[in-house]
Design a protein around this ligand. Structure first.
Ligand SMILES: Nc1c(NC[C@H](O)[C@H](O)[C@H](O)CO)[nH]c(=O)[nH]c1=O
Ligand SMILES: CC(=O)[C@@H](O)COP(=O)(O)O
Length: 154
């Protein structure tokens, strides 16, 4: 019988940091609400959730790194909404925020969850912020709880 390790979907005793971008706030506020609601409904004490607002998704990795390096958090959740415009700026922002968030987790060992929606249009973003495609903020919160508890086992 193999030794199987898996995390739990429970936030009791977890301290969570959330970095959320203000750009496309109409969307990111819904992602934040989904994340906090999910954490709360899985026994996370809201007093153990810290939220940092940044201007846009490009700024997320820096603040996520500061949170992770503080060693105050069992996981850091990164929330944003990058919606394609009429130039290539979308590609640069998406590339840097995704690479940056991944690097924070690998460099610090703190689960750093990518909850940034990257969409072709506003409709797709709305679908992923609490309507027909669910709430990516809620999904990120679930991943944060699972990863935080899993890493405690190693
Ligand atoms: N177009 C979007 C941005 N752009 C702003 C950048 O994220 C950054 O804040 C700026 O370049 C200054 O460094 N940000 C988003 O979060 N979503 C977008 O759709
Ligand atoms: C993702 C973006 O940076 C984008 O919203 C900016 O729009 P544009 O490419 O039209 O300047």
């Amino acid at each position: 019988m193999a030794n199987v390790f898996e995390g739990y979907l429970n936030g009791k005793d977890l301290k969570i940091g959330i970095v959320v971008a203000r750009f496309n706030e109409f969307i990111t506020n819904k992602l934040l609400g989904g994340a906090i609601d999910t954490l709360r409904r899985h026994e996370t004490d809201e007093a153990n959730i810290d939220v940092a607002w940044v201007p846009g998704a490009f700024e997320i990795p820096l603040v996520a790194k500061k949170m992770a390096e503080s060693k105050k958090y069992d996981a850091v959740i990164c929330l944003g909404a990058v919606i394609r415009g009429s130039t290539s700026h979308y590609d640069y922002v998406c590339n840097e925020v995704s690479k940056g968030v991944a690097q924070v987790g690998l460099q610090t060992g703190v689960p750093t969850i990518f909850g940034v929606v990257t969409t072709e249009n506003i409709e797709q973003a709305i679908e992923r912020a609490g309507t027909k495609a669910g709430n990516k903020g809620a999904d990120a919160a679930m991943a944060a709880m699972e990863m935080a508890s899993l890493l405690k086992k190693f």
